[in-house]
Design a protein around this ligand. Structure first.
Ligand SMILES: [Zn+2]
Ligand SMILES: [Zn+2]
Length: 317
């Protein structure tokens, strides 16, 4: 079972995205790249180099529903004569335009993001949406933790690895313990735990950092020899990366707690203190990161939170 990486350009700050083609029947592509002319051209060229065309694809599997990963899913599905699209059920919120959701507006308000900032985040988000076709639920089959994606020779096991998004999934080839991990494992950066509603109870917030730490431990328990991430080079030494991630996350925890004043601050205010020189989409990522860390610190009993005027105010104990 041959796994072929193809790097595709994206219009996003993160740079190129990796998609993976499994050249074994049924021919499967894991992630698709964004809906841009450049990405389509690069994908066709990459397939051609390996004796394939988009029409050969029978299965489209998504690690998660961010635009750089899922953008071409619908057009590929159509070109490949209704190849099946697989995605975890918890990605629904992302598939259907996440910031348009009432819940997400509320999450940003709760985090103390000012109205004008929310408005500019929405404008940015509308721009990002053009890089993906939306997928309705009836277009997709659900990835379920523990299921096997079977091939004529070999299989890939679905491993639900929430954190970066609620429905992020990784795929394990047990024979040589290779894992395709999407944005759960990235060689050069720690993935952002993106602010999201809880998929089970959308009135609550998804505890992204706590979930992510569990996912990292779970990947580690699989003792991978090779981890293929959504961006950047493959990871051969997961143990080193795991330790580095934990150190960075712990350092950030300590720093965030130190930035919470005794007289109280919102997640937005903490994010401005933590990441003072950010603009556009990075302000959204900064507030996501801060919320994730504040939730975690609060669950560990290190800071207190109370609601004032519909906003959460954190206080150092
Ligand atoms: Zn992502
Ligand atoms: Zn990504």
């Amino acid at each position: 079972m041959l796994i072929i990486p193809i790097s595709l350009p994206t219009p996003f700050y993160i740079g190129a995205v990796n998609v993976y083609v499994v050249k074994e029947d049924p021919i499967t592509i894991i992630d698709t790249g964004p809906k841009t002319r450049d990405a389509v051209d690069a994908l066709r060229a990459g397939l051609r180099q390996n004796g394939l065309t988009t029409g050969d694809i029978r299965r489209i599997v998504l690690t998660h529903a961010h635009e750089d990963h899922c953008g071409l899913a619908r057009s590929l599905r159509d070109e490949a004569n209704n190849a099946e699209v697989f995605v975890h059920g918890w990605e629904t919120g992302h598939r259907a335009a996440r910031l348009e959701h009432e819940e997400n507006l509320r999450l940003l308000q709760q985090a103390g993001v000012p109205d004008d900032e929310i408005a500019s985040m929405r404008t940015l988000y509308d721009e990002v949406r053009q890089y993906a076709d939306s997928l309705d639920d009836d277009h997709c089959r659900e990835l379920i933790d523990g299921d096997e994606l079977d091939f004529d020779a070999g299989s890939l096991r679905v491993v639900h690895t929430p954190g970066h998004t609620p429905g992020s999934c990784s795929f394990l080839r047990e024979a040589d313990r290779t894992i395709i991990a999407g944005d759960c494992v990235l060689k050069r950066i720690t993935p952002n735990p993106v602010i999201s509603p809880d998929p089970i109870d959308p009135s609550r917030r998804f505890r992204s950092l706590a979930e992510y730490l569990v996912s990292l431990a779970r990947v580690r328990s699989l003792a991978p020899t090779l981890v293929l991430g959504g961006h950047g080079e493959p990871v051969h030494d997961f143990e080193e990366l795991f330790n580095r991630y934990l150190k960075l996350i712990n350092e950030r925890q300590t720093r965030i707690i130190s930035l919470v004043p005794k007289n109280g601050a919102t997640a937005w205010e903490v994010s401005r203190a933590m990441f003072p020189n950010t603009d556009d989409v990075h302000r959204f990522l900064a507030v996501s990161e801060s919320v994730a860390h504040l939730d975690y610190a609060q669950s560990e009993g290190k800071i207190a939170v109370e609601i004032a005027d519909g906003r959460e105010v954190y206080r150092r104990l």
